[in-house]
Design a protein around this ligand. Structure first.
Ligand code: ATP
Length: 948
């Protein structure tokens, strides 16, 4: 690996070994003539200052405005006449700065500024007179390592004398193939600048980073031989012209018609691309006459990709093979057409001439000269990048020229900006808390791939002529700049202020290339020529002149451009050297920021969701509470209403009762109205029970009522019997005997009975109210339980309340019905009384007076009889005869009514019993189990049988 190529005996020596390090970007006075050793096997009459062999001693460049000092010197005729001779030329293999060599050097280690060149690299042969471009190792030339590299086709010896060619396998995707040299590890600053052997090498340090190659296009007629006056020797990197002003021209690489695009790329751009990936700026441009193969070399074809697609492949291979760094690529594509800059990525292919915002060239201390505004697209894959460039190609202006059916009429510049930074593993330290930046900066470098428009002498149309004039003008300016660079260099003014006087601004092309031409970039120039002499002799002459001009341009470029390219400094963050351009950092910052935002948002969302859930729960709770409250209120209202209704009914009943009291008189005296009515009897019985449970000792009186009814009935018959016998029934109790002592209830007794009944009713109502209150409380407590348990209980609750309400309603309805009956009964009594009064005028007044006295008296028991018992009895006896009949008739009617209405059933022997009592009572709802029973057993009511 470290064996240096040894020149053969008598061969021009290689560059000094201590020239292995990159050259300092210092302009140096070169005196190529005296310092350069002459080739052993060749004698030259003169040595070109430019480092090229002079094609002819009489050569005068006819069109190039470059100073003569920069022009290639014509070679002696003798030398021209001996093209076949072996020319041992130290070419580019040692012509560029080489890395310091060490046995244990690992290519991935950073360059050591203290590294000493290997002694083995010291020259072993005398320098060649043709070594103008051979002594300094190049950044761009993989042979800088001194490797022995053989081309696939040529199998050249490893003498290091020839330009490096790539083996076919170099088209592999690897960017780190056998040509990837450790030269990439070196900065110019690290280059040792002195060596005992090497004044000459130091002379060449300045031009070390420029690679000039010439490619000869195959003849269109298929004649690949170097015919006529031209001689091309790729192996010797020589182009010779035997015609007028002829001479031999040596370059870093000369590609014959047999060399394909792949080989051209490997030799002129592969290493440059790699350097760009490592942080250097790099420029590759193709220069030449129209139709000579510039576009073919830069773009290539599908089967033979050119420099641009191959560079793209290598860029991504490098990224793939460098896991320690992360990269960001952006690409722009512009053309300079008629001295105007057009953005090829913003132009639509269908309307290429569409108006665009004017793109201007600006200058920036960090970025150098750049076009703005220019669209830059971030690309992530080779395919994407190729697609972007293909899109730009579509928009590029082409036209047919004399030599090219599809000639590019503009200079096209593809710029790929590479940003990279050291990757930080997940476990290592993260971004700085203060700045949010990762340790280490971002490196920004640019690869410019330029396909210049072809110079054209004669144009047929006005448009072509106008285009041609712009093209020629810009190319001329390019030539002028290069010539002046050479001039300054020769005068020792290279770099520094001298560049201010260079006419970069005379054309957009030179302005754009200013950075590269002034040495900030690694440069590789591919000059394309066509040696065939097609057409007339005049056109052949013109063609030859053009070709010679191209060769001279290449020679001057090789000689004059001083490259002092430095690895781009790593910009620290967006505010560092890269400024706003460092997208990688900006994106990282953005990612960090977005991540932060995402985190915050996620937290906020979680909080919000929680809050919402809480609020929802609260709302639900509130809604439930409200609902419960509403239900409760509703229930309360219902209860209130029920209570009010009950009260109203009670009042109504009371009113009814009182009015009946005020009117009702047991006129007949034979029958107890209460006892006669089955429901009333039933009620009485029930009331008795209820009052018993209520604690008030009314059983006796109630019993007396009942007994008065029943006994009264019995006694009625008894009375009737006794009446007939004229004696009162001895077994009658107080009530049934009455004041008259005839076994019928007196008005007072009836009144008492009614009052007692009223009291019973009141108690019953009180009980009902109590029950309601209890029910309400129970309902409330159950409601609470129901709410707390959410569901299920409410239904039962509602049901029980409504059942209770229904029950009460039924009872009230029944009471009302009984009262109605009572009313009717009273009405019957009243009617009977009236009849009696009519019959017995005198007794009537007495009776009525008594009745009213009784009724009007607050306490019927306390009423004072108007007459003595005997007289009352007499009155009663007198009236009884007539009224009994009347009463009987009325009662018969009533009974008949009931029978007809189905309420009563007439028995076999004229007895009457309640027909529907059972059913009716059965239909009544049972009172709540917890409440005291209000009704007697149903059987009691229906047992009442009245004999008529
Ligand atoms: N080395 C080559 N091998 C095969 N064909 C080539 C080669 N060089 C050029 N050609 C062919 O010659 C023609 C012209 O080439 P190209 O368009 O690349 O020339 P150019 O220098 O770009 O011209 P212009 O400056 O007018 O654009 C094309 O058809 C191309 O395919």
């Amino acid at each position: 690996m470290t064996t240096l190529p040894r020149p053969a005996a008598g061969r021009p020596p290689n560059g000094p070994p201590n020239a292995a390090l990159p050259a300092l970007p210092v302009g140096k006075t070169r005196k190529s003539t005296g310092a350069l050793p002459a080739p052993v096997n060749r004698s030259l009459t003169s040595t070109p200052k430019s480092g090229l062999r002079a094609p002819s001693s009489t050569y005068l460049p006819p069109t190039t405005p470059a100073p003569t000092t920069a022009l290639p010197q014509p070679k002696s005729a003798s030398s021209i006449q001996t093209p076949g001779k072996t020319i041992r030329k130290t070419v580019s293999i040692n012509s560029f700065p080489q890395p310091p060599r060490g046995d244990n050097r690992v290519s991935s280690l950073p360059p050591s500024p203290l590294g000493k060149p290997a002694t083995s690299r010291k020259p072993k042969a005398s320098p060649s007179a043709y070594s103008t471009s051979a002594a300094t190792p190049s950044f761009l030339n993989g042979s800088a390592e001194g490797k022995s590299i053989t081309s696939g086709a040529g199998n050249r010896t490893s003498d290091g004398l020839i330009s490096v060619s790539s083996p076919p396998q170099s088209r592999s995707s690897s960017a780190q193939d056998s040509y990837s040299t450790s030269a990439t590890q070196y900065d110019d600053d690290a280059a040792p600048k002195s060596d005992t052997h090497d004044k000459r090498s130091s002379k060449h340090d300045g031009k070390g980073n420029v690679l000039v190659s010439v490619r000869v296009r195959p003849d269109a007629g298929g004649n690949d031989k170097s015919e006529g006056e031209w001689m091309v020797d790729g192996r010797k990197s020589l182009v010779g012209y035997r015609g007028r002003e002829g001479g031999d021209y040596y370059y870093d690489n000369v590609f014959s018609t047999h060399d394909n695009n792949s080989r051209v790329y490997d030799c002129i751009a592969k290493r440059l691309v790699r350097r760009v990936m490592e942080g250097y700026h790099g420029t590759v441009f193709a220069y030449g006459m129209t139709g000579t193969g510039k576009t073919f070399s830069m773009q290539g074809t599908a089967s033979s990709p050119g420099v641009i697609p191959l560079a793209i492949t290598d860029i991504f291979s490098y990224i793939r093979e460098t896991p320690s760094r992360e990269f960001l690529l952006r690409v722009s594509y512009l053309e300079i057409y008629n001295e105007r800059i057009h953005d090829l990525l913003s132009m639509s292919t269908t309307n290429a001439g569409a108006q665009q915002e004017e793109i201007k060239l600006r200058e920036d201390a960090k970025r150098g000269v750049y076009a703005s505004p220019l669209k830059e697209e971030i690309v992530q894959s080779p395919t994407q990048l190729l697609r972007v460039i293909a899109r730009g190609d579509q928009a590029r202006r082409t036209a047919s020229t004399q030599f090219n059916a599809r000639s590019s009429r503009s200079h096209a510049v593809v710029q790929i900006v590479v940003e990279s930074r050291e990757r930080v593993s997940g476990t290592s330290e993260g971004p700085s808390k203060r700045t949010g930046l990762l340790p280490g900066g971002v490196r920004v470098s640019t690869l410019s791939l330029i396909d210049l428009a072809g110079s054209e002498k004669a144009a047929e149309t006005k448009e072509r002529r106008q285009e041609g004039s712009h093209i020629n003008k810009s190319l001329l300016t390019l030539g002028t700049v290069i010539s002046k660079l050479s001039e300054y260099k020769d005068k020792g003014k290279g770099g520094g202020d001298s560049t201010k006087h260079l006419p970069y601004r005379d054309s957009k092309l030179t302005r754009l290339l200013q950075g590269a031409l002034s040495g900030n970039s690694l440069v590789s120039i591919l000059c394309t020529i066509a040696c065939g002499s097609a057409g007339s002799s005049a056109s052949a002459n013109s063609h030859a002149t053009e070709t010679l001009n191209t060769l001279k341009f290449a020679a001057r470029a090789k000689n004059c451009i001083i490259s002092h390219a430095k690895k781009a400094e790593e910009a620290l963050g967006a505010g560092g050297d890269g400024g706003a351009r460092v997208l990688l950092e900006r994106y990282r910052m953005e990612i960090l920021e977005l991540r932060g935002q995402l985190g915050t948002q996620a937290k906020e969302n979680t909080k919000k969701a929680e809050a919402e859930e809480k609020q929802k729960d609260e709302e639900e709770e509130k809604a439930k509470e409200k609902e419960a409250e509403a239900r409760h209120e509703e229930q309360m209202l219902e209860m209130q209403l029920a209570r009010t209704a009950l009260k109203e009914r009670i009042e109504h009943l009371n009113r009814l009762i009182l009015s009946s009291k005020s009117i009702g008189v047991n006129a007949s005296g034979s029958y107890s109205s209460l006892g006669m009515h089955p429901r009333f009897s039933q009620m009485s019985n029930r009331t008795s029970i209820a009052t018993t449970s209520g604690g008030r000792p009314l059983l006796e009186r109630s019993s007396s009522m009942t007994s008065s009814s029943t006994v009264g009935r019995r006694s009625n018959s008894g009375k009737r019997q006794s009446n007939s016998s004229g004696e009162p029934n001895a077994v009658e109790d107080e009530d049934s005997v009455g004041e008259y002592g005839d076994g019928t209830a007196t008005l007072a007794a009836q009144n008492r009975a009614l009052q007692a009944d009223l009291a019973d009713k009141n108690r019953y109502i009180t009980t009902l109210e109590k029950r309601l209150l209890q029910a309400r409380r129970a309902s409330h407590s159950r409601t609470s339980v129901g709410f707390s348990n959410n569901k299920g209980i409410m239904v039962g609750e509602d049901h029980s309340v409504s059942t209770l309400m229904k029950e009460k309603d039924n009872e009230i309805a029944e009471l009302r019905s009984r009262l109605d009956d009572k009313d009717r009964m009273l009405a019957a009594l009243r009617s009977a009384a009236r009849s009696r009064d009519t019959a017995e005028g005198t007794h009537e007044g007495l009776h009525e007076a008594r009745a009213s006295q009784i009724l009007d008296s607050p306490n019927p028991n306390a009423s004072t009889p108007l007459t003595s018992p005997q007289s009352q009895y007499d009155i009663a006896s007198r009236t009884r005869g007539k009224s009994v009949d009347e009463m009987s008739r009325i009662l018969d009617e009533m009974i008949q009514d009931r029978v007809e209405s189905g309420q009563l059933v007439r028995g076999m022997r004229g007895s009457v019993r309640l027909a529907s009592t059972n059913a009716k009572l059965e239909n009544l709802p049972e009172p709540p189990s917890k409440l005291p029973p209000l009704s007697p057993p149903l059987g009691e009511g229906k047992q009442l049988v009245m004999e008529v």
